[in-house]
Design a protein around this ligand. Structure first.
Ligand code: F6P
Length: 330
């Protein structure tokens, strides 16, 4: 018998990000307003394989708009890197009678969505990760909140660094992408911003600190993206702090901000964009023969792009902003 009722699945995958709940709410409410049923899949692709689902109605997404994390839970799913895992995922989608799947996550999650779409399951990606590292989109849900969290925390570090004439070396998240370090570094007046996209050396940092010391600067903030901190050459942030102190004579402390950057109330920007993206995702799946797409932000506008094509794109680093930071942090 032909399935007449339309039903979509939604899951969150990879690292959680503030604003994911706003996207879940938007997808659910928009779908229901079009008479499309919504099945929440808990714990990402792992939950899909386990058929760990919950039916979502209008009220099940009440009071989540302002909450960080994801009410659908999330995971990283090693089984989805295997052909057998993908085939099982596609089987689960058919068993659950899904006409399509919304995947909220980052690049890795979209690779899973792509593999599923090659098995005939239409998938729509919504970029959700604090890292801002989805190539086709200027913006990922969670990034704005994470940057604002980093700014608040670094401002506190500045108070104590200023009081003690110290240097604070701060590690922020971002995996292979320096965007959190860059934006927060500009906003916090960091004397140096270390990102994986731009080569830097300890000599360059020390030289800049010595130059600014001569002009009377007494305390310093250095932001280090985890992609740099974990690369060879620099060592860990505490090791870097020891080297800076030894070479400049400025008392230096290291702080690794860690997972505190992933939580918290989503900013207005997240909530609005997540709502817009969620509605666009449903509009795409509501089409007669939906195709797999990624919803993205380009030139400040919401667009959607072919999933396969989107995953071949690369995103240029904002070197102009990096240079601006360098020019004015003297
Ligand atoms: O992708 C978001 C992120 O927070 C990265 O910045 C970080 O490298 C990674 O997740 C940490 O992953 P996990 O939660 O698996 O430790």
């Amino acid at each position: 018998m032909e399935q007449t009722e339309k039903r979509i699945g939604i899951l969150t995958s990879g690292g959680d990000a503030p604003g994911m709940n706003a996207a879940i709410r938007a997808v659910t409410r928009s779908a229901l307003s079009k008479q499309i049923k919504v099945l929440g899949i808990r714990h990402g692709f792992t939950g899909l394989l386990a058929r760990d689902t919950v039916s979502l109605d209008l009220r099940s997404v009440s009071d989540i708009l302002h909450r960080g994390g994801t009410v659908l839970y999330t995971s990283r799913c090693p089984a989805f890197y295997q052909e057998t895992g993908i085939r099982e995922g596609a089987r689960a989608c058919r068993e659950l009678k899904l006409n399509g799947l919304v995947v909220i996550g980052g690049d890795g999650s979209f690779r899973g969505a792509q593999a599923l779409s090659h098995q005939g399951i239409p998938c729509i990606g919504i970029p959700g990760t604090i890292d801002n590292d989805v190539a086709c989109s200027e913006y990922t849900i969670g990034f704005d909140t994470a940057v604002n969290t980093v700014i608040q925390l670094v401002d506190r570090l500045r108070d104590t660094s200023q009081s003690h004439d110290r240097c604070s070396v701060v590690e922020v998240m971002g995996r292979h992408c320096g965007d959190i370090a860059l934006q927060a570094g500009v906003a916090c007046g960091a004397v140096a911003i270390l990102v994986p996209e731009v080569p830097c050396s300890i000599e360059m940092i020390v030289e800049k600190m010595q130059r600014t010391l001569r002009t009377g600067k007494r305390h310093f903030i250095i932001l280090v993206s985890e992609g740099v901190a974990k690369s060879e050459g620099f060592g860990s942030v505490p090791e870097l702090a020891v080297q800076i102190q030894a070479r400049t004579g400025v008392e230096t402390r290291a702080t690794v901000l860690g997972y505190v950057q992933r939580g918290g109330t989503p900013t207005a920007r997240e909530r609005v964009l997540a709502s817009e993206m969620g509605v666009r995702a449903v509009a795409l799946l509501a089409q007669t023969n939906p195709r797999s797409r990624i919803v993205a932000v380009q030139h400040g506008r919401i667009v959607d792009l072919d999933l396969d094509e989107a995953l071949t794109m690369s995103r240029p680093f904002n070197k102009t902003l990096y240079d601006i930071a360098d020019e004015i942090s003297i």
